[in-house]
Write a protein that binds this ligand. Structure first.
Ligand code: GDP
Ligand code: IMO
Ligand code: MG
Length: 438
C-alpha cells in the first residue's frame, strides 16, 4: 500500500516542511518518527510563515491527524509553546488533530544543559542546535531515559528523575563546574507539562495499525537529512538519530511494508549548518550570493548556513540508501542569476577518483570535488508552476541531475510558497494522492 515517506537527502533544511505541507492535503495522517526540536520546518501559506520544530508539518491542514511518534525525543517546553502558537493562529481547533506517543522519550532540562556544556568544552565542536538531542538519545540507548508516559505517574517520575540526577548532577557539578538541578523542581514543572500533554498522549502505534487496516493514507515526515544520520552521515558531525527512511517504521510503529513511495527532498545546491565536512562548500562570492538569495539562515538557531554547489555523489548514495522513488528539487529559483552552475560529479583524493562518499571523516575533509559546468538560465523561475514554462537550461539542469543521481525528479520548487511548485503528476504514478486523478 503506497503510503509516502519524506526524507532529506543532504544535510537538512532541504525544504521538507514545504513539501510535507503540500502532500498533507492528500494524506490522512502525518507522523514524525525521529529527531526533536532540532528540526525547523518552514511553511509559507496564505501569506503566513510558520516554522515547526516538533509538531508535524501537516498541522496547518484541516481534518488531518498529526502524530509525534515514539522515535521522537520530545521537549515538553517546546511542545507547549508550539501548541499555544498554533492555537493562537487557529490551526488547532480540534485537539483530536494531534497525538503524541507515550513511548517517546522526553528531553529533560539536564539534557539541554549537558548539550551546551559539552559543546562549550569540546575543542572539536559538532555545532549542535543545543536542544538536548544527543544527551536524550544517549539516555534512551543506555536505558536511563524518561518517557512521555512516565509523566502521568508521579512516583515513577520522581524516582526516575532522582536516579538520573545522581549521575547528571555529578557530571555537571564536578566535571563541568556548573550548577546542578533539583529533582523537586523538575518533577513539579514536568507534572505541569503532563497536565497539558495528557489529552494528546495515546498508543499511536495501535492507532497507526488501525488506520492501515482502514486504508488511510499516512505521510512519514523525516527531519534532518541523510548526511546527518548517525550511521550513514558524516560521523561524528551528525545528529543522534537515524534520519534515513529505514527508521520510518521503528520510529512510528507502522510496519516497513506500509511505506510504498519514498520522496527525497533535495536542494538544487547544497547547504549545511554546524560543523563537519562539506566537499562542495563555497567560501567566496558565489556562496555569499546563495546565502543571500536563498535566505540561508537556520530555522532553529538563526545561524548562517554554509552554501555550495550540488553534490551528486552524496545525493546518488542517499537515493540508494533511502530507496528513493522520486526527488523533489527545491529552491531552483535561488540559482536564477548564476551564469554558470557547477555540479560535483565525483570526488578526488590525490590522483584517485571516487563515485561513493568516503567512510572516514579525515578522507571526507581531503576530498576535492570534480565539477561539471553547465550554463545557467539567467531568468527568474520564481513562482513557475508548469514544467513547460521552465527555460531550456533549467530543464537541462534537471535532466543532468536525474542522470547523475539515478532518480526521477517528481517535484520542482520555484519559491517558498505552497503555490510555487511544479508537481509532475504523470510521474507520481505510485502515489494514491488525489491530485493524481485530478
Ligand atoms: P526543512 O528543514 O527541510 O523543512 O527546511 P527549512 O524550512 O529549514 O529551510 C528551507 C527554507 O527554504 C525555508 O525558509 C523555506 O521557506 C524555503 N524554501 C522552500 N522551498 C523554496 C523554494 O523553492 N525557493 C525558495 N526561494 N525558498 C524555498
Ligand atoms: P531540519 O529537520 C539542519 C545539525 C546541527 C549539527 C548536527 C547535530 O530542519 O532539516 P543536534 O542538535 O541534532 O545534535 O545537532 O545536526 N542539525 C540540523 N541541520 N537541519 C536540521 O533539521 C538539523 N537538525 C540538526 O546543526 O550540525
Ligand atoms: Mg530546517
Amino acid at each position: 500500500m503506497p503510503n509516502v515517506g519524506v526524507v532529506g537527502v543532504q544535510w537538512g533544511d532541504e525544504g521538507k516542511g514545504k513539501i510535507i505541507d503540500i502532500l498533507s492535503d492528500y494524506a490522512d495522517i502525518i507522523v514524525r518518527f525521529q529527531g526533536g526540536a532540532n528540526a525547523g520546518h518552514t511553511i509559507v501559506a496564505g501569506g503566513k510563515r510558520v516554522i515547526l520544530h516538533l509538531i508535524p508539518s501537516g498541522i496547518l491542514r484541516e481534518g488531518k491527524c498529526c502524530i509525534i511518534g515514539n522515535g521522537v525525543v520530545l521537549d515538553p517546553e517546546v511542545f507547549v509553546h508550539e501548541l499555544s502558537e498554533l492555537k493562537a493562529l487557529g490551526y488547532i481547533k480540534d485537539d483530536k488533530k494531534l497525538m503524541v506517543s507515550g513511548l517517546a522519550h522526553l528531553i529533560m532540562p539536564y539534557h539541554k544543559k549537558l548539550d551546551m556544556l559539552k559543546e562549550s568544552r569540546n575543542t572539536k565542536k559538532i555545532g549542535t542546535t543545543g536542544r538536548g538531542i544527543g544527551p536524550a538519545y544517549e539516555d534512551k540507548a543506555s536505558r536511563m531515559g524518561i518517557r512521555v508516559i512516565d509523566l502521568f505517574d508521579k512516583k515513577v517520575l520522581t524516582e526516575r528523575v532522582k536516579r538520573n540526577l545522581e549521575f547528571k548532577n555529578f557530571v555537571i557539578k564536578k566535571y563541568y563546574k556548573n550548577e546542578g538541578f533539583q529533582a523537586r523542581q523538575i518533577v513539579k514543572t514536568y507534572s505541569e507539562y503532563g497536565k497539558i500533554l495528557k489529552k494528546y498522549v495515546t498508543d499511536t502505534t495501535a492507532f497507526l495499525h488501525k488506520s492501515i487496516d482502514q486504508n488511510k493514507t499516512i505521510l512519514f515526515e523525516g527531519a534532518q537529512g541523510t548526511y546527518l544520520d548517525i550511521d550513514h552521515g558524516t560521523y561524528p558531525y551528525v545528529t543522534s538519530s537515524n534520519t534515513v527512511s529505514g527508521n520510518m517504521a521503528s520510529g512510528s510503529g507502522a510496519p516497513p511494508t506500509s511505506v510504498g513511495y519514498i520522496l527525497g527532498i533535495c536542494k538544487a545546491y547544497t547547504t549545511r549548518v554546524g560543523e563537519g565536512p562539506f566537499p562542495t562548500e563555497l567560501f567566496g562570492e558565489d556562496g555569499e550570493l546563495m546565502r543571500k538569495i536563498g535566505d540561508e539562515y537556520g530555522a532553529t538557531t538563526g545561524r548562517p548556513r554554509r552554501c555550495g554547489w550540488f553534490d551528486a555523489v552524496i545525493v546518488r548514495r542517499a537515493v540508494k540508501t533511502n530507496g528513493i522513488k522520486g526527488l523533489s528539487l527545491m529552491k531552483m529559483d535561488v540559482l536564477d542569476s548564476f551564469e554558470k552552475i557547477k555540479i560535483c560529479v565525483k570526488y578526488k583524493i590525490g590522483a584517485k577518483t571516487y563515485a561513493e562518499p568516503p567512510m572516514s571523516v579525515g578522507d571526507y575533509e581531503r576530498v576535492e570535488p570534480v565539477y561539471e559546468e553547465i550554463d545557467g538560465w539567467n531568468t527568474s523561475l520564481r513562482g513557475i508552476t508548469k514544467y513547460d514554462e521552465l527555460p531550456t537550461n533549467a530543464k537541462k539542469y534537471l535532466k543532468r541531475l536525474e542522470e547523475l543521481v539515478e532518480a526521477r525528479i517528481d517535484i520542482v520548487s520555484t519559491g517558498p510558497e505552497r503555490e510555487s511548485t511544479i508537481l509532475l503528476k504523470t510521474r507520481l504514478y505510485n502515489l494514491r494522492f488525489a491530485f493524481l486523478n485530478s
